[in-house]
Design a protein around this ligand. Structure first.
Ligand SMILES: Cc1cc2nc3c(=O)[nH]c(=O)nc-3n(C[C@H](O)[C@H](O)[C@H](O)COP(=O)(O)O)c2cc1C
Length: 352
């Protein structure tokens, strides 16, 4: 385990010297070649069943890192309990013009406006069909920028990938496809989720469908989404995507670039939103907490706020590929300190 981890950590330092998108490509290539970290920690206290699936640990890789499903099993080997690939759109598309991803190093943050660049469903379905299936992999579904029927794009995604993935995420919260977030409005969302769940029942019965929401919702949006999640008995909510807000505390030169902000500045607002949804929904609808997680402490805080599962992305850029291992090693200590036997007992405990 030590040697590959060391090589990968060295790689992380070299990555900091190139632009963010190139570093991203190099990282995927490294993982694809089998030279990523290989973590073998299995602790039954960290395992849990969520939405009918068995997760060996609660820490997952968030969407947007492996957009084209090139290395999901290498990602699981890094220690992640699950991976979410995508976003995938029905047809391949190039995304926005470069540069489109910016490091905000002083803020431990990133701004991206990739705009769903991806290889499209056909190629990605082939990759997912032929993978060795070493653990839980879900797919983040998006809509093509020039689509005339965006709801249909999500249905197409479910139909094409049903049977090859462990869960679907309906991503209507990316800020980088103009108009996409309007699908979070009450009537549009209800129609969309009805179509998606029908497609799921027809082609991939039993595969959970999660809905990923933005952190920039009005109180009315939040109430509508919570009501819909209850009424439709959604399998789970992922809270949250990147934010279009720009906290005044940001210090980096790139802070005013257009796009979605992720990383440390997103931790507090996304955790507050998670807490709000847990308070509204209770433990019946699983919540996945994502936004600014960079340590075991952050992971635990999301769990206490109501997350049954946690995801991260941006912190990998700054902390390196050894981060999942560190989280897995330290998490049991937090359970011990509060007298919890396992993760499931701690979910939402901050509300008690
Ligand atoms: C470069 C980049 C690309 C992303 N692409 C997607 C995407 O395609 N679909 C999606 O739902 N979220 C995407 N996200 C959002 C992440 O999945 C996550 O919700 C967000 O970054 C907050 O987590 P973090 O602070 O740990 O990065 C992307 C984030 C980044 C930084």
């Amino acid at each position: 385990m030590r040697a590959p981890l060391f090589i990968a950590e060295l790689g992380a330092k070299a990555m900091a010297a190139v632009d963010a998108e190139t570093a991203h490509h190099l990282t995927i290539r490294l993982l694809k070649s089998g030279r990523g970290p290989k973590v073998r920690i299995k602790n039954p206290r960290l395992a849990s069943n969520v939405a009918g699936l068995y997760f060996p640990n609660p820490l997952g890789l968030a969407a947007g890192f492996d957009k084209n499903a090139e290395a999901p099993d290498a990602i699981l080997e890094m220690g992640f309990g699950f991976a979410e690939v995508g976003a995938v759109t029905p047809r391949p598309q190039p995304g926005n013009e470069k540069p489109r991803v910016f490091r905000l190093r002083a803020d431990a943050a990133v701004i991206n406006r990739y705009g769903f660049n991806n290889d499209g469903l056909e190629i990605i379905a082939d990759r997912l069909r032929s993978r060795p299936k070493t653990g839980i992999v879900g797919v983040n579904l998006g809509a093509n920028k020039d689509s005339e029927d965006r709801a249909q794009d999500y249905v197409t995604g479910v139909k094409a990938l049903g049977g090859f993935v462990d869960f679907f995420t309906v991503n209507i919260s990316s800020p980088n496809t103009p108009g996409l977030r309007a699908l979070q409005d009450k009537a549009a969302l209800s129609e969309l989720m009805t179509q998606v769940l029908t497609a799921r029942d027809e082609t991939a019965e039993g595969t959970p469908v999660f809905l990923k929401i933005a952190p920039d919702l009005t109180d009315e949006d939040k109430a509508d989404i919570a009501a819909l999640a209850k009424a439709m008995a959604l399998d789970g909510l992922i809270i949250s995507n990147t934010t279009i807000a720009r906290p005044t505390t940001l210090r980096s030169a790139a802070a005013q670039e257009a796009g979605g902000l992720s990383g440390k500045p997103l931790f507090a607002p996304s955790t507050a939103l998670l807490r709000e949804f847990f308070a509204a929904l209770g433990p019946g609808i699983p919540l996945v907490g994502v936004g600014g997680v960079s340590s075991a402490r952050d992971t635990y805080e999301k769990i206490l706020a109501g997350a049954a599962l946690v995801q991260l992305y941006t912190a990998l850029i700054y902390e390196g590929p050894g981060l999942p291992l560190r989280v897995l090693k330290e998490l049991p200590g937090y359970l011990d300190a509060d007298g919890f036997e396992n993760i499931a007992e701690a979910v939402g405990a901050a509300h008690a």
